[in-house]
Ligand binder design. Structure first.
Ligand code: PMP
Length: 304
């Protein structure tokens, strides 16, 4: 079955969904988005993702296109309409995108007023990332800092990912295969390219504050699980040398959930480390879905 998207008021086949070339999201990156995922076809923490999307709108001074509840209901409806397009054993990334709409042309009426609103379902990259759950993710510190909060607030999930892509490209050249972790402007860790970072030392879980990183929905769940399981937690500055001296580490994101690090720079970690394994199991229980088994079902056994 053909996948559908919701675009500016209608459900349309993805292949027929087109944006005008004058969309400000394309021209200036004047756009925000948020991405949730499904577990077994059901949306997880949809309301939290929509809340973050609306905080992103506020942070970049874009108007709300509709009430939150309406956007969430449309998102749920899209997932239901795409149910038969979901391949067996797989799940969706579910993304809402809102742009500033069309750029005015001097003396011409706009083709369409108001923001552009798109909701889309993308198959999760289960094949591409399966081996990370077998081998762990090699990570390294990029030289390029994360955009400072004074320039663009990190709690806004905007379409401006060039900062992280450039950090990743830098590492693609200097340390091929390593996932980029970006420092903040003071040199402490901020976040990974598209994910939050956690390290564990002497039983204490450490993660940078969300003043320098996106407040990840997965990160919030992990913080909650640490409190529930009484795992000591330190939220705040994590120095690169502390991360290099850690016993274990993991990344969090909507798609990865929690994924063990196998290294950070030249430090190797167990995959997964004991605290990471405990939190991964607790996360599976919380979401009622074995995300590791899902990834591993798509593992082709190829080396990293
Ligand atoms: N940081 C950045 C920059 C991201 O793009 C993401 C992915 N949304 C995350 C962290 C992780 O956030 P979440 O757990 O909500 O996916």
């Amino acid at each position: 079955m053909e996948r559908l998207v919701w675009l500016n008021g209608a459900f349309v086949p993805e292949a027929e969904a087109a944006l005008p070339i004058r969309d400000l999201g394309l021209i200036y990156g004047e756009a925000v988005f948020d991405t949730a995922r499904t577990f077994g076809g059901r949306l997880f923490m949809g309301a939290e993702h929509v809340d973050r999307l609306y905080r992103s709108l506020e942070a970049v001074r874009l108007p709300e296109p509709m009430p939150k509840a309406e956007l969430l209901a449309l998102t749920e409806e899209l997932i239901a309409r795409n149910a038969r397009a979901l391949r067996p054993g797989e799940d969706w990334w579910v993304t809402q995108r809102i742009t500033a709409g069309l750029r005015p042309l001097d003396g011409e009426a706009l083709e369409r007023e108001g923001p552009t609103v798109l909701i889309e379902c993308t198959p999760l990259p289960l094949r591409a990332r399966a081996r990370f759950f077998r081998e762990g993710i090699p990570a390294a510190l990029a030289r390029r800092p994360r955009t400072p909060p004074e320039a663009v607030p990190p709690h806004a999930k905007t379409t401006n990912y060039l900062n992280m892509m450039l950090a990743q490209r830098e590492l693609d050249e200097t340390r091929p295969g390593a996932w980029a972790i970006l420092p903040d402007m003071t040199g402490n860790l901020a976040e990974g390219a598209g994910c939050n970072v956690f390290f564990v030392r002497d039983g204490t879980v450490m993660t940078p504050a969300d003043t320098v990183a996106l407040p990840g929905v997965t990160r919030a769940v992990v913080i909650d699980l640490c409190r529930e399981l009484k795992v000591p937690l330190r939220i705040g500055a994590v120095m690169p040398d502390e991360a290099r001296a850690a016993d274990e580490g993991f990344l969090t994101s909507t798609s990865l959930c929690l994924c063990p690090l196998r290294s950070f720079d030249d430090t190797a970690f167990p995959v997964p480390g004991p605290v990471t394994a405990r939190l991964m199991a607790a996360f599976s229980k919380r979401v009622g879905f074995d995300f590791v088994a899902q990834y591993l079902a798509f593992d082709t056994g190829g080396a990293a």
